[in-house]
Write a protein that binds this ligand. Structure first.
Ligand SMILES: Cc1ncc(COP(=O)(O)O)c(C=O)c1O
Length: 406
């Protein structure tokens, strides 16, 4: 049974007012709200368990370690990784992508190629540009058509023995477009021995993830976009690949032995977890996974798809609205502009006065905005706790903005 009111009752923040109106929170692609079960785990960690992990002989340290490692196993199950040590705690997708781009430095040389797409977040562009600067490799970018859909014939032509990395998102944060990663992965495997990196920042909150079935080499996502605290995230990497590649940060936790003559590195996952981790946050990420499992993936997906379909239908009934990626397969996001209203932030400010939280601007995807020749969009993005009534309020807000700004 999917009971939306019962789900909403688990998110205290949804009861608050903003600017004298009940909060309508539609900025979930930026970060989701956190259920009370996750907040309780954070509170309990600091009131009952706080200690540094892995190095302690004392009881609290051992309990904290056990809880964090239990959380790692929950996440292993959540993404169906073969081993728990393939699950590396990070502070988010950005850190995960930078880590991968850094540790691949020795594997690339001049004129090798890295394929990304036009739909990438800046954090899946800039680390690769930096890798190109370090190595002399070149970026190739899969273009999009006017619907925002990847032009796969270009991808086919890009693939060659020069391709060393293919890194794409499963779902675009700016437009919500679901990319054909099964096809991308299958073709990459067939034609190259490139590393395959999937940015799952916008898919992990919505989809059932199975990294073994997906057959990617790396999969990264952010906890804070899927009901967990800020500063949490996961890098999944295949065992043999992580074992063969060098570490990223050096420091405590990641060594086996350290002397001035030389250092040897710890095994997985600690080799990639230098320094004190975000123990409370990492444990709470496990609680966020528990929350999603309790609601059920099918319910999450069905409800969010229904919200998207409803929002798109209602918005398209208005005149003078342009939805980007309207005809593409999408999830969780509707990104739009009002004709004759050049500045998305004006719309966002009017909506904010009505208690409606949306994001406006380039969404860290300036190439997409350049492609459509716009400065930004208004983006409403959904989570499992959003309602059809909230979409009605959004549509009323957009009508009001149209009246005020035209
Ligand atoms: C597709 C995508 N990739 C990467 C990121 C970066 O995530 P974070 O800021 O949590 O590191 C985001 C955040 O919006 C995103 O949507």
């Amino acid at each position: 049974m999917f009971d939306i009111q019962e789900i909403r009752s688990q998110f205290s923040i949804l009861d608050r007012d903003v600017n004298g109106k009940p909060l309508v929170y539609l900025d979930n692609a930026a970060t989701s709200q956190k259920p009370n079960s996750v907040l309780d785990v954070c509170h309990a960690y600091y009131t009952e368990l706080n200690a540094n992990v892995h190095r302690g002989i004392h009881t609290l340290s051992q309990l904290a370690t056990e809880e964090m490692e239990l959380s790692r196993r929950k996440i292993q199950k959540f993404i169906n990784a073969e081993h728990d040590f393939e699950v590396i705690f990070t502070k988010g997708t950005t850190e995960g992508l930078n880590l991968i781009a850094y540790i691949l430095t020795q594997k690339l040389q001049k004129d090798d190629e890295i394929i990304i797409s036009y739909l990438e977040h800046h954090s899946n562009i800039v680390p690769w540009q930096m890798l190109c600067e370090r190595t002399g490799a070149k970026l190739r970018v899969i273009p999009i058509d006017e619907n925002g859909i990847l032009q796969m014939d270009h991808f086919d032509r890009f693939l060659s023995e020069k391709t060393k990395v293919v890194s794409v998102n499963q779902v675009s944060n700016a437009l919500g477009i679901v990319n054909p990663i099964e096809e991308i992965i299958a073709k990459t495997r067939k034609n190259t021995d490139a590393y395959i990196v999937i940015d799952g920042a916008q898919s992990a909150p919505h989809f059932n993830i199975d990294v073994q079935k997906m057959n990617c080499d790396f999969f990264v996502f952010s906890g804070h976009k899927m009901y967990a605290p800020m500063g949490t995230g996961i890098l999944y990497g295949k065992r043999e690949i992580l074992e063969a590649l060098p570490p990223f940060h050096g420091g405590g936790e990641m060594i086996a032995t350290c002397s001035f003559e030389g250092t040897t590195y710890a095994g997985l996952p600690f080799k990639y977890e230098a320094g004190t981790p975000n123990v409370g946050g990492n444990i709470a990420l496990g609680a966020a996974v528990d929350f999603m499992n309790r609601v059920g993936h099918a319910h999450i997906q069905n409800h969010e798809n229904a919200l998207l379909e409803y929002a798109q239908r209602q918005l398209l009934e208005l005149e003078g609205i342009k939805i980007y990626g309207e005809k593409a397969k999408r999830t969780g996001v509707v990104s739009f502009n009002l004709e004759g209203v050049g500045i998305a932030s004006d719309v966002g400010m009017i909506l904010d006065k009505m208690g409606i939280a949306v994001r406006t601007g380039h969404h860290c995807t300036q190439p997409i905005m350049n492609f459509f020749n716009i400065a930004g969009t208004v983006r409403a993005s959904f989570a499992v706790y959003n309602t059809f009534e909230e979409i009605d309020i959004l549509v009323e807000g957009v009508k009001k903005a149209q009246r005020m700004l035209s």
